[in-house]
Design a protein around this ligand. Structure first.
Ligand SMILES: Nc1ncnc2c1ncn2[C@@H]1O[C@H](COP(=O)(O)OP(=O)(O)OP(=O)(O)O)[C@@H](O)[C@H]1O
Length: 362
């Protein structure tokens, strides 16, 4: 029997909900995807109380689907309408009663995120080259162009998206299992830094990181997104490895400054992605030029053109040259990315966003 939408819905027709209806009725199964034996979908409960009472149906559905010989993995994420009444224990701003950073649940092969069309990792070899600045500005630029955008700050060692996007509230978890993301500047966002105590994640290694990434991708209610950008920590460590091996990534964007030393590290990152079968979608040169706000003189503080040459050499697209500007830094520090503040400075990010959309990547 071929594995497709219809065969999955047929299997779900046998799973009853507490009110006597089945999972195949009332449009409760959303964002169903079937890809090479991997089945994933969202179960949309009317409210948090119903979500809790549907847990047994969710587990039975998982078991029933796993029993189908063609199915290799099953991911079912429960969500509840956010406008619905909260669970009795949840206070509006209460910290979620879930522990982030745990041993991973077994997972076969790479998985996508239900409802998310494209997942792009934003990486750099070296720290401080502006990966987080590029991620936040690109996210806002894509949102300005009408895309539904998510931004996950996976830089567990130095999360900067809460500061750059201007959010500090602890995300809520009305049902104690799923996590509600935050919203800023038209972007749905989540940072691992908002979920753990400062310094806690520093000691995490392989399995804990893997568990935390699984939670960030699977338990956060991302909803329907055109693209989810993942701001990675710098380098080629466990987070990059876990993400590349366990998540169905559309590809990776690699950010570098034109300096040789940054490029050297970027090369390592690129070769890691290539080895793990993650397409490198292109290179981005940050801090490319500096235009003096007083006299208009253009200077190349970190050199110029190195990233474009590298892109040509390894045969990947050179996607953007982003200028070094004081306003970009001040905007990042103030919690409103420069793309949301200044049309002229937004321009290269808007062009980058447009290029990704036209290329069918975002
Ligand atoms: N184009 C730019 N113009 C001016 N300042 C910039 C630019 N890009 C980044 N910066 C500044 O450089 C600093 C480092 O940037 P950012 O945090 O984005 O780098 P990162 O690569 O994510 O660093 P890390 O990986 O160490 O977290 C920040 O203060 C940021 O505001």
């Amino acid at each position: 029997m071929p594995l497709n939408h219809d065969t999955i819905m047929k299997a779900l027709a046998d799973i009853a909900l507490p009110d006597g209806s089945t999972l195949a009725q009332n449009d409760v199964v959303k964002a169903l995807t079937v890809s090479q034996g991997a089945v994933s979908f969202v179960l949309e409960a009317p409210d948090a109380t119903a979500a809790r009472s549907w847990e047994s149906a969710r587990a039975r559905a998982e078991a029933a689907l796993k029993a189908l010989s063609e199915v290799t993995s099953v991911s079912i994420v429960m969500t509840a309408h956010s406008g619905a009444p909260a669970a009795p224990a949840a206070k509006p701003d209460a910290a979620p009663s879930l522990k982030i950073g745990r041993h991973p649940t077994p997972q076969q092969g790479k998985q996508g995120v239900p409802g998310v069309k494209s997942i792009i990792a934003i990486a750099s070899g070296k720290g401080g080259v502006g990966k987080s600045t590029v991620s936040s500005n690109l996210a806002v630029a894509l949102a300005k162009l009408g895309r539904k955008v998510g931004l996950l700050d996976a830089d567990i060692y130095g999360p900067s998206q809460p500061r750059m996007m201007g959010v500090s509230k602890k995300p809520a978890s009305p049902d104690g299992t799923s996590i509600e993301p935050l919203h800023a500047h038209g972007v749905t966002m989540m940072s691992i830094g908002l979920m753990v105590e400062e310094g806690e994640a520093i000691v995490w290694r392989g399995p804990m990181l893997m568990g935390a990434m699984q939670q960030m991708l699977g338990q956060v209610q991302w909803g329907e997104l055109d693209v989810l950008l993942i701001d990675l920590p710098p380098g080629t460590g466990d987070v990059q490895l876990t993400l590349s091996q366990k998540t169905e990534l559309t590809g990776a964007l690699v950010v570098s400054t034109p300096q040789d030393v940054a490029l050297l590290d970027a090369r390592r990152g690129i070769s890691m992605f290539e080895k793990l079968g993650v397409p490198v979608l292109g290179l981005i040169e940050n801090m490319s030029t500096y235009i003096c706000p007083e006299c208009g003189h253009e200077a190349h503080i970190f050199g110029h053109g190195g990233v474009a040459k590298e892109a040509e050499k390894i045969g990947v697209p050179f996607l953007a040259a982003l200028p070094l500007s004081l306003q970009t830094r001040l905007a990042g520090d103030s919690g409103t990315p420069v793309v949301a503040q200044d049309e002229a400075l937004a321009e290269p990010y808007m062009r980058l966003a447009d290029r990704l959309i036209k290329g069918g990547i975002a």
